[in-house]
Design a protein around this ligand. Structure first.
Ligand SMILES: [Zn+2]
Length: 240
């Protein structure tokens, strides 16, 4: 099994590793900083470099429990080769900001309007989230935008913890976000805690403080049917 570094250190941009397998379409390493697509967060891109070679990683996915670095055929390093694995940090950091923004948005809509999230999608710097809401309007979008930015600018630390499963299952915030649906063998459970705002079981990468998200704009509000309303957000460039 690949040792995954991103769940404990989202800010790590590269690592040394050894190629353990070359599968159709990709490379498996003994350890990696690459985040495999999951939990709504896209997989990382970047490069693998080795003595005499270099391969672009177009995506990272989880396959049969292994982290597969997706590279084009003919570009793969040999099994046993030491490599340097480097993620596209600009893209990843934007995904970290976007992911944290979505957690705060979901907490806000629950706290102030009592609506649960029904779905979502995230790309670097932009995302959509669907809510169990009866109505959605431009004015509502503006109000949410204002409150969301107020919450983000409050400098809330984001902490990752690994909770024993029994403890996680008894936590009211985690119950609300359906922690019980996590497969039984997962113990401890990784919890992302945006202090004072949101706590949920989550595998993704996040920024360390909500101010690092910067400003967020609600760019569109739309109805996806009765009791299902969609909101699209975009992140501003971070403050210099
Ligand atoms: Zn998440």
């Amino acid at each position: 099994m690949t040792e995954e570094l991103a769940p404990r250190d989202a800010y790590r941009r590269e690592c040394s590793a050894v190629v353990t397998a070359v599968a159709p379409g990709g490379v498996i390493l003994d350890r990696t900083v690459f985040y495999p697509r999951g939990g709504g967060q896209p997989g990382d891109t970047g490069v693998l470099e080795w003595d005499g070679g270099r391969a672009a990683v177009a995506d990272t996915v989880r396959e049969q429990g292994e982290v597969l670095h997706v590279v084009a055929a003919g570009e793969t390093p040999p099994v046993g080769a030491p490599v340097r694995a480097v993620i596209d940090w600009g893209r990843r950091h934007l995904l970290m900001r976007t992911h944290t923004a979505l957690h705060v948005l979901s907490a806000l809509v629950w706290r102030d309007y009592g609506a649960k999230v029904t779905g979502g999608n995230m790309e670097p710097g932009q995302a959509r989230m669907d809510f169990e809401l009866e109505a959605m309007s431009v004015e509502f979008g503006r109000e949410v935008e204002e409150r969301l930015n107020a919450m983000l600018s409050g400098s809330h630390p984001v902490r990752v913890r690994f909770l024993p499963r029994a403890e996680a299952l008894a936590d009211p915030d985690l119950i609300r976000t359906k922690v019980s649906l996590i497969p039984e063998h997962v113990d401890p459970i990784r919890v992302v805690d945006i202090e004072g705002l949101d706590r949920q079981a989550d595998g993704g990468t996040h920024v360390a403080d909500t101010t690092e998200v910067g400003r967020v704009r609600v760019t569109r509000t739309e109805s996806k049917g009765k009791g299902n309303k969609r909101m699209r957000i975009e992140l501003d460039a971070p403050p210099a």
